[in-house]
Design a protein around this ligand. Structure first.
Ligand code: UDP
Ligand code: MG
Length: 139
């Protein structure tokens, strides 16, 4: 069993897509083992995306990610990291496969509606960034 961090980004929360996206997660058979809504400060968004600090999109991305509430979740399942990234689709919604969340809901390469950890190493950084072990359940 593997765990991954999922985020429903501000563009999707703002458009009332939380239920649809959580429904898609459940339909895919991934287990939600932690869940909450928060709004990041600019500094907290920079800490979360620290790996991208040298990227040209870093300032705009961290402005966007702190612009409104987000829903953060820990998903659990077999190969959960890869499974969730497949459901999300490619970073750029214009290049995302049909039936992926980013293809369905993404507005732009930045406002692409959802986040998912990309490796066990990133999940190990991202999950405790939002959740204490007391907030994770064992389904
Ligand atoms: N992003 C952006 N411009 C880019 C690439 C990425 O604004 O050219 C944003 C986008 O919101 C993306 C996030 O930065 O989801 C993190 O980028 P990454 O390459 O890690 O993509 P992801 O893992 O989210 O598919
Ligand atoms: Mg990434």
């Amino acid at each position: 069993m593997e765990q991954t961090l999922a985020i429903i980004k501000p563009d999707a929360v703002e458009r009332n897509l939380v239920g649809k996206i959580l429904g898609r997660i459940e339909k895919a058979g991934l287990k939600i083992v932690a869940l909450k809504m928060v709004q990041l400060s600019k500094g907290e968004a920079k800490g979360f995306y620290n790996v991208h600090r040298e990227q040209p999109f870093f300032d705009s991305l961290t402005d966007f990610m702190s612009s409104g509430p987000i829903v953060v979740a820990v998903l659990q399942g077999e190969r959960a990291i890869e499974h969730w990234r497949k459901i999300m689709g490619a970073t750029d919604p214009a290049k995302a496969d049909p039936d992926t969340l980013r293809e369905a809901f993404g507005l732009s390469i930045e406002k692409n509606s959802v986040h998912g950890s990309d490796s066990p190493q990133s999940a190990a950084y991202e999950i405790p960034y939002f959740f204490s072990h007391l907030e994770l359940v064992n389904p």
